[in-house]
Design a protein around this ligand. Structure first.
Ligand SMILES: Nc1ncnc2c1ncn2[C@@H]1O[C@H](COP(=O)(O)OP(=O)(O)O)[C@@H](O)[C@H]1O
Ligand SMILES: [Mg+2]
Length: 290
């Protein structure tokens, strides 16, 4: 059932809006157990992108993208704007289909048309650039929205889960605050707590620092690093913010002109001889004139 609903989705359908408001998408074959979804443990998934190509009209946006992300890794995709980072991310959550190529999650192709057996069981959630919280709801209600909507557990357990997730992002005890009372950085962390509610195996961030100042960006970096102590999930971050990527990621891929031009650890990326990577690092860190 879930597989089917996911296959029918695209950008125009409801899935995009649900994902934007923090619902974890899932590919599950059996969700009939007590808590409906087993929310007691997290794991990571591996992702392999193979020769992915995408055109929008005449425009060749993704050009033979190849990429391997290991399970449990915090992986950043960096590059200038307009280079295809968000489009790539949207393929990974199946909001967009490629013209050619495939993405394998835990070795299973997600676009191949060969039925349920082929896909893996996993849950994913995405944190969008705008935190997309519901302003009429409290912090706790935002975090618990989908747990309640999907009736994943009984109410006392849901309250416990909301408390746990808020504690993980450093917002313990803020359940009753109005979202309008929060700073941009706090909103972002509430959005993360909400996306953690369903214990995703894969969490994706699109430009998480875009609306944040340097101080809240630093808080967000600490939050993302801290999450790794509590969860085993795979994290994929798309950002034009090189310093942020260098700080939080285990590995980084540099994207340019619709393709991946280099992959490495933060130290390797920083020391890269590749002219495109060097130029990106230079333009984003050049400092004062003179
Ligand atoms: N739905 C779409 N229709 C047409 N063109 C698109 C669509 N989505 C993205 N593009 C184009 O694809 C290119 C890459 O976009 P995007 O992935 O958003 O860049 P980035 O995230 O790296 O800034 C851009 O030129 C953008 O205009
Ligand atoms: Mg983008």
């Amino acid at each position: 059932m879930f597989v089917k609903s996911l296959m029918e989705t695209n950008e125009e359908s409801g899935l995009f809006h649900k994902l934007m408001h923090g619902l974890a998408g899932s590919i599950f074959h059996d969700e009939e157990s007590g808590c409906r979804i087993d929310l007691s443990e997290t794991r990571g998934v591996s992702i392999r992108v193979e020769n992915l190509n995408k055109y929008f009209g005449e425009k060749h946006v993704l050009r033979d993208v190849n990429l391997e992300i290991h399970d449990g890794e915090t992986f950043a995709i960096i590059g200038p704007s307009g280079t295809g980072k968000s489009v790539l991310l949207r393929h990974i959550v199946k909001l967009v289909s490629p013209d050619s190529g495939e993405i394998y999650i835990d070795g299973h192709p997600i676009f191949a048309d060969n039925g349920q057996e082929a896909s893996a069981n996993y849950r994913y959630s995405m944190v969008f650039q705008s935190s997309a919280l519901f302003n009429s709801l409290t912090v706790g209600e935002n975090v618990g929205l989908w747990l309640r909507e999907k009736r994943v557990c009984k109410e006392p357990r849901i309250r416990e889960m909301i408390h746990e997730k808020l504690a993980i992002v450093g917002l313990e005890g803020t359940e009753n605050l109005r979202t309008s009372e929060l700073s941009g950085g706090m909103k972002k962390r509430v959005a993360i707590a909400r996306s953690l509610a369903m214990n995703p195996d894969l969490i994706l961030y699109d430009e998480p620092t875009a609306e944040l100042d340097p101080v809240t960006t630093d808080e967000l970096a600490s939050t993302i690093l801290n999450l790794k102590k509590f969860t085993k999930n795979t994290t994929v971050i798309v950002t034009h913010d090189l310093n942020f990527a260098l700080y939080v990621a285990d590995r980084i891929a540099m994207m340019h002109g619709g393709t991946i031009v280099g992959v490495g650890t933060p130290a390797e990326i920083k020391a890269s001889d590749d002219p495109v990577i060097k130029s990106f690092i230079y333009t984003t860190t050049k400092g004062i004139k003179g």
